[in-house]
Design a binder for this molecule. Structure first.
Ligand code: DC
Length: 239
């Protein structure tokens, strides 16, 4: 533990702080959010999982993914909850734990499509604001520092070159990858394109976000840098 971190105790701003982590797919947001949550005793809320769970419901209902009206009606009768787990959030879709069903390519692609719709975003943002209202959270996504919690005490924008992000994704696919590296990178670029260019809440760093480019950093280095950013902010808040 560094000298910086020892200068605040558990009775201080940590319990109320909101840490917003944004960035493109494969930048390492989930890993870093999980580390920060553990290290600082915060609740880890992964908002991408919420879009994914809703996309799964839309796919199951065989609804067109670009028709806002139908999806809005579906959203009106959908309950999505995130629960903290050891390794990742558990996502409850209408009470069903769908955590293991939302990481495949079909749902990934569908989540990217439904997330461009303003009505769906507005609904998600409301849910996320309710979940994080009490503070004491690390919330990770694309628009947390810009839209969901523009007042967040800490904002980190994680980024890395697309090839590096694609290869990290590929390496996570295990011994029998479903795709070749070039396909993974191509899909990731397509998602980037949609996330960055959508009219409503495009992916971009908040003006006051700390940019962390992880292209040439190891996981340990990124974790250390992110911890230092949060610790420094906590020290400033405590003084
Ligand atoms: O972080 P992820 O890959 O699990 O996110 C899935 C999709 O959801 C992604 O294509 C972008 C979208 N998303 C978003 O638009 N806003 C968020 N706050 C989180 C995710």
């Amino acid at each position: 533990m560094s000298a910086d971190e020892t200068s605040f105790s558990s009775a201080d701003p940590t319990s109320k702080i909101i840490v917003a982590i944004d960035g493109p797919a494969g930048a390492g947001k989930s890993t870093i959010a999980r580390h920060l949550a553990r290290h600082f005793g915060l609740l880890n809320l992964e908002t991408g999982a919420m879009y994914r769970a809703f996309a799964l419901k839309a796919l199951r209902a065989a609804l067109p993914l670009d028709e806002s009206r139908g999806l809005e009606s579906l959203a009106a009768e959908t309950a999505i909850r995130l629960e903290s787990g050891e390794e990742e959030n558990h996502v409850l879709l209408d009470g069903e734990d769908v955590t293991g069903l939302i990481r495949n390519q079909t749902v990934t692609d569908a989540a990217s499509r439904v997330s461009v719709l303003p009505a769906i975003r507005a609904w998600m943002v409301r849910l996320q604001q309710q979940m994080g209202a009490g503070g004491g959270v690390v919330m990770e996504g694309r628009d947390i520092g810009t839209v969901v919690f523009p007042q967040a005490e800490v904002k980190i924008f994680l980024d890395a070159a697309p090839e590096v992000r694609g290869m990290r994704r590929y390496d996570q696919m295990g011994p029998e990858p479903a795709q070749q590296p070039d396909e993974v990178i191509r899909d990731l670029r397509a998602r980037d394109e949609r996330d960055r260019n959508r009219a409503d809440s495009p992916l971009k760093p908040a003006p006051d976000a700390v940019l962390l480019d992880t292209t040439h950093l190891t996981l340990e280095e990124v974790v250390a840098a992110a911890e230092a950013i949060v610790a420094a902010r906590l020290v400033r808040l405590a003084n």
